[in-house]
Write a protein that binds this ligand. Structure first.
Ligand SMILES: CC(C)(COP(=O)(O)OP(=O)(O)OC[C@H]1O[C@@H](n2cnc3c(N)ncnc32)[C@H](O)[C@@H]1OP(=O)(O)O)[C@@H](O)C(=O)NCCC(=O)NCCS
Length: 289
């Protein structure tokens, strides 16, 4: 069994990595890579044996705005062990390896996981940070003309355009927002919200949103300058929308929001020397690796 870290650029190791993500999570990142969105800062760390990968822990190097401060962060993801090799300490060893390796140049590590694995991540110093749900009323008086155009991301020029916009964006939140990482944003646009990415030509910004059961879920707003969100969201009038839910901390918006307790499917866990989050937050959904 040997430890390898050249997965992005070594076709043999990359094939093993894809095969393990398919087996454990039923997805692979090959399409995302082929489109040119796998950056060096997304780094898998794995144990391999012969032609098969036993276990992997990936890290994504990113800059965050947290409570108005610029922090260096490593997001931990794609934590997986082949089902026939679980319980031998592989994932724990890789977790220990990455926190040791990046400790000196990271202000914090964070990850998202299902609640039953909280004790597993506690072992390497991760603690749950509580999130809140941010909601707002949707005012029907703000009916505007429809000016959102869905982006067709099967077209290379639309993807290039979107990538350039995401590269020059202002953070969605000062309390918890990503300052770089357009590659992850592209992953979400392409594979999580493919029919929900709109261009607002009047304000020249990008909105990711969809209506589910009278709630307009707002996943992200990508712009190089502040937007008028009431005007932006007015295009959804007539679709029976009664309220808004934000999938980020909406501290840069002028709408009045209320918060409620949130019991997420995946809990947010952080490892930091000092507590970094002080107020109510919701993680930015489009930065999850
Ligand atoms: C979670 C996972 C990566 C652990 O891999 P592993 O190599 O078996 O982990 P380790 O052998 O290092 O486990 C170390 C300890 O963590 C704990 N642990 C591991 N998996 C656990 C699980 N599924 N539930 C609860 N505790 C777990 C155990 O206490 C274990 O100690 P033990 O020796 O007493 O059993 C593996 O079970 C897996 O691939 N699961 C499916 C994918 C997944 O859910 N990944 C996490 C996404 S955030």
């Amino acid at each position: 069994v040997k430890q390898v870290e050249d997965i992005r650029d070594n076709p043999k190791h990359r094939a093993m990595f894809h095969s393990l993500t398919n087996r454990v999570f039923e997805f692979d990142l090959e399409q995302w890579r082929k489109l040119g969105f796998w950056p060096e800062k997304y780094k898998p760390h794995a144990f391999v044996d012969g032609d098969s990968m036993l276990s992997n822990v990936s890290t994504f190097d990113m800059r965050l705005s947290v409570e108005g401060q610029k922090l260096r962060a490593r997001q931990v993801g794609t934590v997986m062990t082949h089902s026939e090799h679980r319980g031998h300490g592989y994932a724990s060893r890789l977790m220990e390896h990455v926190v040791e390796k990046y400790d000196a140049d990271a202000d914090l590590f964070f990850l998202f996981t299902s609640p039953h694995l909280i004790p597993f991540y506690n072992q390497t110093g991760f603690e749950v940070v509580e999130e809140r749900r941010f909601l707002a009323a949707y005012s029907a008086e703000s009916v505007g003309k429809v000016r959102l155009h869905e982006l067709d991301l099967t077209k290379a020029d639309s993807r290039d355009w979107l990538f350039a916009r995401a590269s020059n964006r202002i953070p969605i939140s000062r309390r918890f927002g990503i300052l770089d990482g357009p590659e992850i944003f592209m992953y979400h646009s392409l594979y999580r919200y493919p029919d929900c990415v709109f261009h607002d030509e009047v304000q020249d910004c990008v909105l990711i949103a969809r209506v589910v059961d009278e709630v307009l879920h707002v996943y992200d707003i990508v712009s190089d300058s502040p937007v008028n969100e009431s005007e932006l969201l007015s295009s959804f009038a007539g679709q029976g929308v009664k309220s808004l839910e934000f999938h980020f901390t909406p501290d840069q918006l002028s709408l009045s929001v209320e918060t409620q307790p949130f019991d997420p499917e995946d809990v947010f866990m952080v490892r930091a020397k000092d507590p970094v989050f002080h107020g109510e937050i919701r993680n930015q959904t489009t930065l999850q690796a």
